[in-house]
Design a binder for this molecule. Structure first.
Ligand SMILES: NC(=O)c1ccc[n+]([C@@H]2O[C@H](COP(=O)([O-])OP(=O)(O)OC[C@H]3O[C@@H](n4cnc5c(N)ncnc54)[C@H](O)[C@@H]3O)[C@@H](O)[C@H]2O)c1
Length: 311
């Protein structure tokens, strides 16, 4: 059945893929964005669809629209952008959550929160399962994002307990793919941009820190499957790829796939940068029947082609 769906942060990397997928499935989509990190180029190809609407709005302010479901993705996601205006980042997470939960409560509809693996901070437990409470420095430069997202989760669960709001919380681990911003300083986009221009690949620390990378189409699939679960399933549920790689391996892989002449350069590790990250996705497999399908080589090739088209 056709639904009218609100996607906040719809002009961003993940949001634009989600809008596209929901439209492809025959839904009507309201894309809300203040274009802080989102770009019109990400959604321009959707604007000829009469079932796609764009609302320029800051989610920290209340919004009244009639919709059937809400996906709440609005929030800058890369350290460079979320540390640019940390107070606004915390406000976006917390006031944005309050506004979207209030709307879901009034309309008696489901609301999905795009939470993050960052709520685990620099984890002392590995791999991270949903029962792990995390190890976050509340005073550090990443706290505006980490603690903002943690408080948003608290709000989601309190609205659920207190007001019976139908919530879904997913904890997104590192995701990559076309439409990532080329200047967001995230490791995949950074390395590809540097490799394509034969510039030095900057590794922060010794390159032995690990990350697990999920391709965007797998992530969008999981978001939609989570929204479709029954009202009794709230999450939180980890969504990500379990294949863990060192940052050094990623650099070498990207150099090989691009045929680049880049060398590696080493820089100091930023404060509170996690050493190890890998999701435990047992719950997602059990409840959603989901696991990532796209292999590293295929995902990286698609992403490299996208960045090549930008240069
Ligand atoms: N990409 C990842 O690896 C990843 C990992 C964990 C969590 N997430 C979460 O997924 C969501 C989307 O991330 P992304 O990678 O697409 O980031 P993104 O920066 O590309 O997208 C975020 C979007 O939100 C918009 N936005 C920011 N502040 C806003 C505000 N106050 N009002 C309205 N719009 C606002 C931005 O303009 C942008 O379009 C974020 O909530 C992020 O925390 C992403």
């Amino acid at each position: 059945m056709k639904k009218r769906i609100l996607v906040t942060g719809g002009a961003g990397f993940l949001g634009s893929h989600l809008c596209e997928r929901l439209l492809d499935e025959g839904n009507e989509v309201l894309c809300l964005d203040n274009f802080f990190t989102g770009r019109k180029e990400n959604i321009i190809h959707l604007t000829s669809n009469p079932y796609f609407e764009v609302i320029r709005h800051n989610i920290t302010l209340p919004l009244f629209v009639e919709v059937d479901e809400i996906y709440n993705l609005a929030c800058p996601a890369s350290p460079i952008f979320y540390q640019r205006d940390p107070v606004q980042t915390t406000k976006t997470s917390i006031l944005g959550a309050v506004n979207m939960l209030g709307l879901a409560k009034r309309l008696n509809i489901k609301v999905l929160q795009a939470s993050t693996s960052e709520i685990y901070g620099d984890p002392l437990s590995h791999p991270q399962s949903e029962s792990y409470w995390g190890n976050v420095n509340p005073l550090g430069i990443r706290a505006c994002y980490d603690e903002g997202k943690r408080c948003a989760e608290t709000l989601f669960f309190d609205y659920h307990r207190q007001n019976n709001v139908k919530i879904k919380v997913i904890r997104i681990f590192n995701t990559y793919g076309p439409r990532m911003s080329p200047h967001d300083g995230r490791v995949v986009s950074n390395f590809i941009m540097q490799a394509l221009q034969d510039k030095d690949i900057s590794i922060y620390g010794n390159g032995n820190q690990t990350r697990s990378f999920c391709y965007v189409s797998d992530m969008i699939e999981a978001m939609i499957m989570t929204m479709q679960t029954g009202d009794d399933f709230t999450g939180p549920v980890n969504i990500g790829n379990t294949n863990e790689h060192t940052i050094m391996t990623l650099a070498e892989k990207i150099i090989a796939l691009t045929g680049s002449k880049s060398e590696i350069s080493y820089h100091p590790l930023p404060a509170d940068d996690p050493i190890q990250r890998q999701p435990d996705i047992t719950l997602a497999k059990k409840v959603l029947g989901w696991e990532p399908k796209v292999q590293w080589d295929e995902g990286l090739r698609n992403t490299i082609e996208y960045f090549r088209s930008l240069i």
